[in-house]
Design a protein around this ligand. Structure first.
Ligand SMILES: Nc1ncnc2c1ncn2[C@@H]1O[C@H](COP(=O)(O)OP(=O)(O)O)[C@@H](O)[C@H]1O
Ligand SMILES: [Mg+2]
Length: 394
């Protein structure tokens, strides 16, 4: 384990903080990343600094260190807390353990005891983080500029076969970074094929969320399938088309709202039918990516669809056009598309590796990040990020 153990010191007395800092900072493998004086500050700093270990005083001016411990660990279960208290006794120790503390030491702790507690706690935190990475659990970073809520990107085309599923799956992977959580939703409730092209066997699907009276966040997290290779989660479409009928648009809206509070980016693959479910996806969407083909019917339908939705109140800056499977020799150039739609179109070239990736069940971005289509997709992801930031600032 060569990563340093990152420590946050919480105590209202400056001298205590300084003494602890002096004691720890010259220890190999330990790094003091910050200090906090109050409970509120401790919660904020823990969220911002992501320490491995918090050394926590019990008597804080605004809160009890045990409550603060609970709050910090609720947000980040990997972080370990070593409590320092002037109170001695079994009962205090028991309460500390109940609050989720790693260890409980009486002030002032003998140096070797403190160091061994911090090192043990740090190792536990590192192991816990490694385990989280493997199972792909959530760690929202707030990167999308949303502050509280995550951002939703719908991928829609009025015509099947233009590459919605291809774009949605790879866009979800492209938006993933170490400190963002991403969920990919298959809202093509009948015949959705996200799970298939990602090569995951859905144990649970959207159908498990139908007919629930009140959406329970625990149930929702259980229905999400981890996709460890890309460190994202998937909400799969029902396995059978008749199950789709039981899911009403209101449920879809609620599910998407919940997912936005769990993840930084929610990417939604949709069906080409403008049905109530698809419309509730648009309602929740911050941007809508529209893949179009290099043929007139595809382009004309996309324009009609966009005009209809502009009329229904989805403003122009929410749309991102993608000319997919583009070949150079076509007379339908990106330039002509731009003139026709009065907005620019990104280009994802036609790429034989896409079929190879589909047949292998491995998303293109994970298989070949340097292929022409991958480069196009990464450009789509950059544009989505920029657009979301612009919309957040506006
Ligand atoms: N950039 C591309 N290059 C080559 N083939 C592509 C590309 N994009 C999509 N395809 C192929 O087009 C077909 C339809 O794509 P898909 O994503 O399933 O469309 P949709 O979800 O809109 O129906 C797939 O077989 C896929 O392999
Ligand atoms: Mg599809």
């Amino acid at each position: 384990m060569n990563e340093p153990i990152r420590v946050l010191i919480v105590d209202d007395i400056l001298e205590t903080r300084e003494n602890l800092r002096k004691l720890l900072q010259f220890e190999r493998g330990l790094e003091v990343v910050g200090e906090a004086e109050t409970g509120a500050e401790a919660v904020r700093r823990a969220a911002a600094l992501k320490p491995d270990v918090v050394i926590m005083d019990i008597n804080l001016p605004d809160a009890n260190g045990l409550d603060v411990t609970e709050q910090i660990r609720q947000r980040d279960p990997a972080v370990q807390v070593v409590i320092l208290s002037v109170q001695e006794g079994r009962e205090y120790m028991r309460r500390a353990m109940k609050a989720g503390a790693y260890d409980y030491l009486v002030k002032p702790p003998p140096i070797d005891e403190l160091l061994s507690a911090v090192r043990g706690a740090g190792q536990t935190a590192h192991e816990e983080r490694a385990r989280q990475r493997e199972t792909g659990s959530f760690a929202r970073g707030g990167e999308a500029g949303g502050g509280e809520a995550g951002r939703l990107i719908a991928v829609y085309s009025p015509r099947g076969g233009t590459g919605c599923t291809f774009v949605a799956t790879n866009l979800a992977l492209a938006l993933k970074s170490p400190d963002t959580a991403v969920v990919l939703v298959d809202a093509k409730l009948q015949f959705g094929d996200v799970a298939l092209v990602m090569n995951v066997q859905p144990r649970r699907t959207f159908a498990d969320l139908a007919e629930v009276e009140e959406l329970d966040p625990d149930l929702l997290s259980e229905v999400l399938l981890p996709f460890p290779k890309g460190d994202i989660h998937i909400l799969a479409a029902p396995l059978r088309p008749e199950e789709a009928e039981q899911i009403n648009p209101k449920t879809v809206a609620e599910v998407l709202q919940h997912l936005k509070s769990l993840a930084d980016y929610v990417v939604v693959d949709t069906t080409s039918v403008l049905d109530p479910v698809t419309l509730s996806v648009f309602d929740a969407a911050d941007v809508i990516v529209v893949p179009i083909g290099q043929d007139l019917p595809s382009i004309r339908n996309a324009r009609v669809a966009i005009e209809t939705l502009l009329g229904a109140g989805v403003p122009k800056e929410r749309w991102i056009l993608v000319l997919n499977r583009a070949v150079k020799r076509s007379s339908i150039t990106p330039e002509r598309v731009r003139n026709y739609f009065k907005m620019p179109a990104l280009v994802v070239p036609d790429d034989p590796r896409v079929v190879v990736s589909l047949n292998k069940g491995e998303p293109l971005l994970l298989m070949q990040r340097n292929s022409p289509a991958s480069k196009g997709l990464l450009q789509v992801a950059r544009t989505v990020r920029e657009r979301l930031l612009q919309l957040a600032e506006a």
